[in-house]
Design a protein around this ligand. Structure first.
Ligand SMILES: Nc1nc2c(c(=O)[nH]1)N[C@H]1C(S)=C(S)[C@@H](COP(=O)(O)OP(=O)(O)OC[C@H]3O[C@@H](n4cnc5c(=O)[nH]c(N)nc54)[C@H](O)[C@@H]3O)O[C@H]1N2
Ligand SMILES: Nc1nc2c(c(=O)[nH]1)N[C@H]1C(S)=C(S)[C@@H](COP(=O)(O)OP(=O)(O)OC[C@H]3O[C@@H](n4cnc5c(=O)[nH]c(N)nc54)[C@H](O)[C@@H]3O)O[C@H]1N2
Ligand code: SF4
Ligand SMILES: [Mo]
Length: 750
């Protein structure tokens, strides 16, 4: 069975009663289209659909996950029926119940908790972009709680917020024929991006496009680079400000764009004056000459595409100044809404995510009660920034960008301070592995009155639940990703089959609860398909029509700021000044600084003599994804151990050898890894994240091996150590010690 791109048809062996349907993979955010062979309502084969977005031979051949769509659907450990806890909380013992029993009881208990403590007593936890979160957000708005936790503060939100305050609205990289130079900052698409993107970067590079990569590790992406800058973790803001300094001082900036469209250039010139290449060399460890080379390449070979990733979204206090400096680099080089650089997004033609969330149902006085004291990532910050976007008819998605601070919410579960949080709904997340401070997560989950987890598997987090609800997988549900609600793009497709066993979609679960709580008004559509029909109604399209191509993406328009607005004048940018704000008036209003102000990294430099190392966590590896796919035996065989990388010289200084088991520890906790050599600065180490062992016994005390090699045992999200505007905590650049350890029993048989 193989995709036959010559005649654009999937080729399956001839079979009797098989029907060919379309479906979408959900094992990463791209939702690739598949041709699915179905017999008696069951999937019996599948192949990438060469007619639908984002098909390319390179995706199908590089991605190791798509076959799982077949393997997982009837996997013995997949959740098929609602489960209710029977033993102690965390015992991992459950009994099968009917959906009515489960939803009736959950609704009854939620109602009782709401009567005692108010709606705010319910929190939610979400994770990465697998799932559709607007149904949850609509439910929370109705229930009356502001305490939705997410991972936005350390994934995506820093970029969205900094784009919005600088350019008025989020932007998107525009890799195309026009792109003249590319700078990839703290992202490793060679490993983290299964889509076409990496193949496109390689092809462009082979055709002569220079590539600059900024990453402490010499990643597969960095190995391709013409210039690789390897700063000490967390020192990137100094590097970015030095690039700005060089570009301005060497007169390499885009005079036309700066003069017509940027606010605060002379102030920026003065602000970056002290950040010379030599100062940056001292702060970052990157040779001044390499910094100059990178600055000249990016400023002179444009259009330049500058894309940043998770590495700098997770730098604690240095996240805001770093991410914002990169916005300024794009601005002064004129790489804004210009073909080949980045596109300023526009509002969607179809319903906006914000409207699906129904913020109108949420009482405004509850917003002030949110466990969130950060001025930008909060309802107040959202309202301030969004008011400007709305001049262009755009509304930013609300709940993700205003999500509560997990450090505070988890703490309130344990202490009831500032008020009791007694119930939690977890959807599309595995906080025991992926949230900071695992010990706090465990204490918080153990202390709840009601914990409901919806997932495909009995994850370590689900093992602590009162109810575990089985979710319909990719092929069993219609899908439509609307890019977090910040762009005019939608992709997805129809369900290939109806959900098997008693699985349900997140939408159906939440609607079921909403109806039981008397919230039916906001749920007029009985199915997700009907919701998606309504979503596309403004573009005169049905979901079925959308699903044919599986992509709604009108042609990109560039240079929108020079197009006439309603008054006939160029419409500019959706910022307070109508210009790209090099000096940010919004950040100043929120108590921040107009220009990016780096702070010394909490732990940028190692001291090997004192046994002090600097740790990066969570660098992406294949074929896993966060805490997912560890149940896949062939994946585990190909990647059997949790790895910790460091340079051979660092290992030598610590008396360690490649292949040793090592214990990584700090005041917060410890975890065990196998040592591997990687090219990175002396004294820096990099640990994988997400590791648990689904084959191990569920329930306390070990939760299927979730506490052995869990790097979040060593991370923390206490508010006082977080970035002050967004609340970003630190996953990269934490202080640890590393020493020899014996092989943990859990891995002894591998
Ligand atoms: N130390 C450290 N921690 C990190 C990071 C790091 O780099 N270092 N990275 C952070 C980042 S960027 C992210 S995004 C998070 C990821 O954190 P999570 O999102 O918590 O991690 P996943 O393993 O993707 O967990 C998703 C869970 O949802 C389930 N699931 C998948 N699709 C659906 C669905 O449609 N509905 C429902 N109900 N469940 C579904 C999966 O089976 C899985 O158990 O981790 C963060 N944590
Ligand atoms: N295989 C796989 N793919 C994934 C995921 C996964 O878990 N597995 N997760 C998905 C998710 S949730 C996300 S958010 C994306 C993330 O996608 P990316 O942003 O591409 O994430 P990484 O591949 O970890 O690359 C981040 C890089 O930042 C570097 N870094 C760390 N600290 C610093 C620093 O202080 N400065 C600089 N300059 N660089 C630093 C790390 O060395 C790492 O190479 O990947 C997605 N794709
Ligand atoms: S790239 Fe992502 S969506 Fe596409 S087949 Fe691979 S895991 Fe599935
Ligand atoms: Mo993420």
């Amino acid at each position: 069975m193989s995709p036959d791109s010559a005649n654009n048809k999937a080729v399956f062996p001839a079979q009797g009663q098989r029907e060919l349907r379309k479906g979408n993979c959900h094992y990463c955010g791209y939702l690739c289209g598949f041709d699915v062979a179905v017999e008696d309502g069951r999937v019996c084969d599948l192949a990438p659909d060469p007619t639908r977005y984002p098909y390319d031979v390179s995706v199908a051949s590089r991605c190791r996950r798509w076959r799982m769509n077949l393997d997982d659907i009837d996997a013995p450990d997949r959740l098929n029926y609602p489960l209710r806890r029977v033993g102690e909380r965390g015992s991992g013992q459950f009994e099968r119940v009917s959906w009515d029993e489960a939803l009736d009881d959950i609704a009854r208990r939620l109602q009782a908790l709401r009567q005692t403590h108010g709606g705010r007593t319910l929190a939610s936890a979400i994770g990465g972009p697998h799932a559709t979160f607007w149904p949850l957000h609509r439910f929370l708005n109705q229930f009356g709680t502001p305490n939705n936790m997410g991972i936005g503060q350390i994934c995506w939100d820093p970029r969205i917020w900094m784009d919005a305050v600088t350019f008025g609205w989020p932007t998107e990289p525009d890799l195309c024929d026009h792109t003249g130079v590319m700078m990839l900052w703290a992202t490793n698409p060679a490993v983290s991006d299964n889509s076409l993107f990496w193949a496109q970067i390689k092809a462009k590079h082979e055709a002569g496009m220079p590539l600059v990569v900024v990453d402490p590790r010499k990643t597969a992406t960095a190995r391709l680079a013409d210039v690789h800058l390897a700063p000490w973790p967390g020192t990137d803001a100094f590097l970015a400000l030095a690039l700005l300094n060089i570009i301005i001082e060497e007169d390499l900036y885009d005079h036309g764009f700066v003069e017509s469209w940027c606010l605060g250039f002379e102030g920026l010139r003065a602000h970056v004056a002290p950040y010379t290449a030599e100062v940056a060399e001292r702060e970052t460890g990157v040779p001044a000459e390499s910094i100059r080379r990178a600055a000249r390449l990016f400023a002179t070979k444009g259009p330049g595409l500058l894309l940043s990733g998770r590495g700098i979204d997770q730098l604690g206090p240095n996240t805001e100044p770093t991410v914002r400096s990169l916005c300024l680099l794009r601005a002064v080089t004129g790489n804004v809404d210009r073909p080949g650089s980045c596109v300023v997004n526009t509002r969607s033609d179809f319903c906006q995510e914000a409207d699906l969330e129904r913020p109108d149902l949420f009482a405004s006085e509850l917003r002030a009660q949110q466990m969130n004291t950060t001025p930008l990532q909060s309802y107040a910050g959202y309202q301030l920034v969004n008011a400007h976007a709305q001049r262009f008819g755009c509304t930013l998605p609300e709940r993700y960008l205003t999500s509560a601070h997990p450090g505070q919410v988890l703490n309130a579960m344990v202490t009831s301070d500032p008020y009791p949080v007694r119930a939690l709904m977890v959807m599309g997340a595995n906080p025991v592995l992926t949230y900071a401070n695992t010990k706090l997560v465990l204490r918080a989950l153990e202390s709840l009155d009601l914990c409901v987890v919806a997932d495909y598997w009995l994850t370590p987090t689900a093992q602590l639940a009162d109810y575990v609800l089985p979710v319909a997988g990719g092929l069993e549900r219609p899908s439509c990703q609307i890019h977090g609600g910040v762009a005019n793009i939608a992709y997805g497709g129809a369900a290939a089959i109806a959900p098997l066993y008693e699985r349900r979609t997140d939408f159906e679960i939440l609607r079921g609860l909403a109806l039981r709580l008397g919230f039916e008004d906001a749920w007029p559509h009985t199915s997700l398909e009907a919701e998606y029909n309504a979503l596309f109604a403004p573009v005169g399209m049905s979901f079925e029509q959308f699903a044919e191509q599986g992509l709604y993406a009108p042609p990109i328009t560039y240079f929108k700021h020079v197009q006439p607005g309603s008054d006939g004048e160029p419409r500019g940018f959706a910022t307070p000044s109508g210009k790209v704000e090099l000096a940010s008036s919004l950040l100043e209003q929120l108590g921040g600084t107009a220009y990016p102000q780096p702070v010394p990294a909490a732990c940028a430099r190692a001291d090997l003599a004192q046994g002090k190392l600097v740790l990066l966590t969570g660098a992406r590896s294949q074929p896993f994804w966060a805490s997912s796919y560890f149940y896949n035996e062939s994946f585990r065989a190909s990647h059997p151990y949790p790895l910790l990388g460091m340079a051979p010289e660092t290992a030598q200084a610590l008396g360690l050898a490649e292949g040793d088991w090592v214990r990584v520890y700090n005041a917060q906790g410890e975890a065990v890894f196998k040592l591997t050599f990687e090219d990175m600065p002396l004294g820096v180490a990099s640990a994988e994240y997400g590791w648990w062992l689904p084959e191990q016994k569920p329930g306390a005390p070990s939760y299927s091996g979730a506490l052995v090699s869990n790097i979040n045992m060593l991370t923390s999200n206490e508010l006082e150590n977080c970035e002050t505007l967004i609340g970003t905590w630190t996953y990269n650049g934490i202080e640890v010690g590393i020493e020899n350890a014996s092989c943990p029993a859990e891995f002894a048989t591998v």
